[in-house]
Design a protein around this ligand. Structure first.
Ligand code: ATP
Ligand code: MG
Length: 431
């Protein structure tokens, strides 16, 4: 009887070693970039109580209505959800551990998110985000800092052609007035709406502005604009953000249709968009969410943040010709014979003590077969130990890089001298 092969869940991808090495390189860049702005890591659970997301993201949003992986804990009946985004959990943790009582926080996290969407290029059911959250800051300076952080990262990653769009959503009261006008406008033009639009008309009419249906284009263009309903303070905040961007020479466009798919945003919202990834072109999105901390039971605390889609950014780096440096080890350790193999274990450990990476040959076989594996491993050196070497307390050091191989460079060195011999070659190459 042949067992049925079990495959990964649709839209949830394995990241195999060639790709994973690339991800680690990306993550190194991300961490040093965040550190350069004083952001500190926070690690959060992948599973949270379902009410957290319903309250934070909003009941009438794509995420809560149809994209969440929710289930009931069979042991205690608790409703749980695989996190579809990170802000809600981050704010929950900040409240729970009193991180925002007397102080401000600049926090970041990196990890899996889960949304039950239709899988396609740049859209998966398990995907990864780098999330950045600043808690406790009121002014437009932090919004602008977060936006400009993006520009620096694209540069660090060697990416260009990522355009900045910004908008303001105003404050809840201003939105309420705009919302009432929108509903009047769309009711008046009810026959021009699509099903989605009719459904959202009285629940979340703002989301109609975000519709991707081209048939609604003209209708949306003619709709009442929020900016005409903003008070002086909201306008000043938005102007403050723009001022910093202009001072930094950062180009941007104001996109009044940018409303974001999560309810918790107010004032500044922004997206970084590329046209090189097809339909899934937003690589980074965020904004201010001053009401969320209080909404989740904390003291009123202003906040803003953004999230980047790691899969989309990595696709973009690949598209721009980026390649991972081969993460080969330094040494492949070839050994044959009982005494030689026992010595080889000790030599491998001694090399690692000196910070030299060693791939120790396992599984026996003759010298010739082992040397083939050493070549294929990409290692710069083979350290070869046979009975001959073992008797003499020596090893054979063979250089495997293409040019060295042509010269057939190899030497006998004492067991105690092999680390130094390797290091001196490495230093030579670095010059
Ligand atoms: P979209 O409009 O593409 O659905 P979104 O507004 O739902 O995006 P956010 O919740 O703002 O996305 O998430 C921030 C970023 O995370 C997005 O800009 C995108 O880069 C990435 N992202 C969101 N959903 C997915 C997904 N299903 N697969 C891969 N990346 C995603
Ligand atoms: Mg979405």
């Amino acid at each position: 009887m042949s067992a049925v092969k079990i495959q990964s869940v649709r839209g949830m991808n394995d990241i195999l070693p060639d790709e994973a090495e690339f991800w680690e390189m990306f993550e190194d860049t991300i961490r040093s970039w965040l550190k350069s702005y004083g952001y500190r890591p926070i690690r959060l659970p992948v599973v949270e109580p379902t009410p957290l997301f319903k309250r934070a993201i909003g009941e009438v949003t794509d995420i809560v209505e149809k994209e969440m992986y929710s289930f009931v804990d069979t042991l205690n009946g608790e409703p749980l959800t695989l996190r579809p985004e990170g802000t809600a959990g981050c704010v929950r943790a900040a409240i729970q551990h009193n991180l925002v009582a007397q102080q401000t926080q600049r926090l970041y996290y990196l990890g899996q998110m889960f949304r039950h969407e239709r899988p396609q290029k740049g859209r998966y059911r398990q995907f990864h985000q780098v999330g950045v959250e600043s808690l406790g800051f009121t002014g437009p300076d932090i919004d602008a800092e977060q936006i400009l952080m993006g520009a620096r990262l694209w540069n660090d990653l060697g990416l260009d052609g990522i355009a900045l769009q910004i908008n303001t959503l105003g404050e809840p009261a201003e939105r309420a007035r705009h919302r009432a006008e929108l509903i009047r406008y769309f009711e008046h033009n009810g026959d021009r709406l699509d099903d989605d639009g009719r459904r959202r008309l009285h629940t979340n009419p703002l989301r109609i502005l975000d519709s991707k249906n081209p048939a609604l284009e003209d209708l949306i263009l003619g709709a009442p604009k929020l900016i005409d309903h903003l008070g002086a303070e909201s306008l000043a905040h938005f102007e403050g953000v723009q001022q910093v961007l202009r001072d930094a020479g950062q180009p941007f466009t104001i996109n009044p249709r940018l409303v974001r798919g999560l309810d918790y945003y107010n004032l500044t919202v922004f997206e970084w968009v590329t046209d090189r990834l097809g339909a899934q072109g937003t690589v980074c999105a965020g904004g201010r969410y001053d009401g969320l901390v209080q909404q989740l039971g904390g003291k009123p605390t202003p906040a803003c943040g953004f999230a980047m889609g790691v899969e989309r950014l990595i696709a973009l780096i690949r598209e721009a010709g980026g390649e991972a440096k081969a993460a080969a080890v330094d040494v492949y350790l070839v050994h044959q014979g009982t005494a030689a193999s026992r010595l080889a274990v000790r030599v491998a450990e001694a090399l690692r003590d000196q910070g030299i990476d060693v791939l120790f040959h396992c599984g026996g076989g003759g010298f010739k077969a082992q040397m083939k594996k050493a070549d294929a491993s990409g290692a710069s050196f083979a350290v070869i130990i046979g009975d001959d070497e073992a008797d003499a307390g020596e090893v054979t050091l063979k250089l495997l890089r293409a040019t060295d191989k042509q010269a057939n460079e190899q030497q006998r060195v004492s067991v105690d001298g092999v680390a130094d011999a390797i290091m001196s070659h490495i230093l030579d190459w670095e010059e």
